[in-house]
Ligand binder design. Structure first.
Ligand SMILES: Cc1cc2nc3c(=O)[nH]c(=O)nc-3n(C[C@H](O)[C@H](O)[C@H](O)COP(=O)(O)OP(=O)(O)OC[C@H]3O[C@@H](n4cnc5c(N)ncnc54)[C@H](O)[C@@H]3O)c2cc1C
Length: 407
């Protein structure tokens, strides 16, 4: 390892490792500093269900070897109804996916330094010139990228992101065997990724069962840790308590047993980023945060933000090097145009969805079942006219809550 690189990246998650892949492929001298030790990587950071779609796999050349199970539908459940969308998808073996990104990046020329906990940025004359890691070690670069997820030590220190507690979502998941995927009272979950809207199990969020083959499935719960969203909670429970409660009461999970060493636990922020870059610095992935607020699809979004950062770096480091804040702002533009083009609408949908009461979810499923694919896609894209068509006069109570949430 040398002391100066074109680009220094903190964090070897999907965002950091993908950015290193793209930059190394373009011939840049890039190093990734990852806090975990290599022999155990990824341990603590093995924190995702890894549900994704063909567009991500194709765009980033992800091999089938890291797929745990291929699915062919997405099911959305409410307490008494469900809606099925036929859509091919993939549940990744997340640890293998992360390992692939690192190995492929190395083959392309990226360097990795494990057991390197990034502490803070080195700033000279207002310019970020490197990072300090572990107790007193330093490494320098023309550009520095924070890809440490919600930890964000560099972006927070530089005042680039303000990750708010009120927008903090937490999640937990285990891999189970003995799951009844074809229970007669529910939708068939064979080869499906199912998301359940039900405040009984995830107040202000959703729970999920993602089929992973045979009678196994990833089963989890996540929600916004904000009391406004948890108004519909019937009891005060921890996130572990809600998962336990679901296991105790859902007949599909009656005989389900945990497969050892398969706990996933993590968090993300559901908010619009105020900024993403400054002189010689960019924040990518969940550091920004890039995760889709409605359904928590973070893998594809974070990889896209990584590519936007790599494109910006390529632009700033080609010819006369110019990494001034105004040049780095190209990344912000790319993020808004290509990573999360309708983020404020997605945030509006998130608020509407998670502030609504349980009974409203059943009605929503009935309405979704009547719509054609184009309208569903418009709704998913945040088309206000189509979203408004799904509302009823009796929704005024929770629309009022939505309004208060905004102002
Ligand atoms: C329970 C759960 C389930 C999820 N399920 C899905 C899903 O099904 N589909 C989907 O698309 N998304 C899902 N997501 C979201 C997705 O996993 C994240 O959006 C994505 O992993 C974020 O990638 P990232 O690279 O930005 O950050 P992270 O994945 O958080 O990676 C950050 C990396 O930085 C390292 N790091 C942290 N601090 C430091 C430091 N100080 N110095 C050096 N390194 C550091 C970490 O060890 C880690 O390797 C889920 C998230 C959770 C929590």
């Amino acid at each position: 390892m040398h002391n100066h690189y074109d680009v220094v990246i903190a964090g070897a998650g999907p965002a950091g490792a993908q950015c290193a892949r793209d930059l190394a492929e373009r011939g840049y001298d890039v190093v990734v500093l990852e806090t975990e030790v290599e022999e155990e990587f990824p341990a603590q950071s093995n924190k995702s269900t890894g549900g994704t779609f063909a567009s991500m796999m194709t765009s980033f050349g992800i091999p089938d070897d890291v797929v745990m199970h291929a699915t062919d539908s997405v099911v959305i459940e409410s307490p008494n109804e469900h809606f099925i969308q036929n859509q091919p998808g993939f549940v990744l073996e997340f640890a293998e996916f992360k390992t692939f990104l690192v190995e492929d990046g190395r083959e392309k020329g990226a360097e990795y330094l494990f057991d390197a906990r990034v502490r803070d940025p080195i700033v000279e004359d207002g310019d970020v010139v490197g990072v300090r890691y572990n107790s007193d070690k330093e490494v320098y670069g023309d550009l520095v990228i924070d890809a440490t997820g919600p930890a964000a030590p560099l972006a927070k220190d530089l005042g680039v992101v303000n990750l708010e507690r009120a927008n903090h979502a937490i999640g937990i998941e285990y891999l189970f065997e003995g799951v009844d995927l074809t229970h007669p009272d529910f939708a068939d979950l064979t080869d499906a990724m199912m998301l359940r809207l039900d405040h009984e199990y995830a107040p202000g969020g959703y729970s999920w069962i993602f089929h992973t083959g045979g009678d196994t499935a990833k089963v989890g719960v996540c929600y916004l840790q904000n009391e406004r969203y948890q108004k519909h909670a019937t009891q005060s429970r921890t996130v572990d308590g809600y998962l336990e409660h679901w296991l105790d009461t859902d007949p599909r999970l009656k005989n389900a047993g945990r497969i050892a060493d398969n706990q996933v636990r993590g968090s993300a922020h559901v908010q619009h980023p105020s900024s993403m870059s400054t002189d010689s610095f960019m924040a990518i992935g969940d550091t920004v945060p890039s995760v889709d607020p409605v359904w928590g699809e973070g893998v594809y979004k974070c990889m896209k933000s990584a590519r936007a950062a790599a494109m910006t770096a390529d632009r700033c480091l080609t010819g006369r090097i110019d990494t001034s804040a105004s040049e780095m702002a190209v990344y912000d533009d790319l993020w808004n145009e290509q990573v999360a083009p309708r983020q404020s609408r997605r945030l509006m949908m998130t608020r509407l969805l998670y502030l609504a009461p349980n009974g409203r979810y059943d009605r929503l499923m009935q309405d979704l079942n009547k719509l054609n694919r184009n309208t569903l896609s418009e709704i998913n894209n945040g088309n206000r006219r189509e979203i408004v068509k799904l509302l009823y006069p009796r929704d005024l109570a929770f629309l009022w809550k939505y309004w208060r949430e905004l102002y």
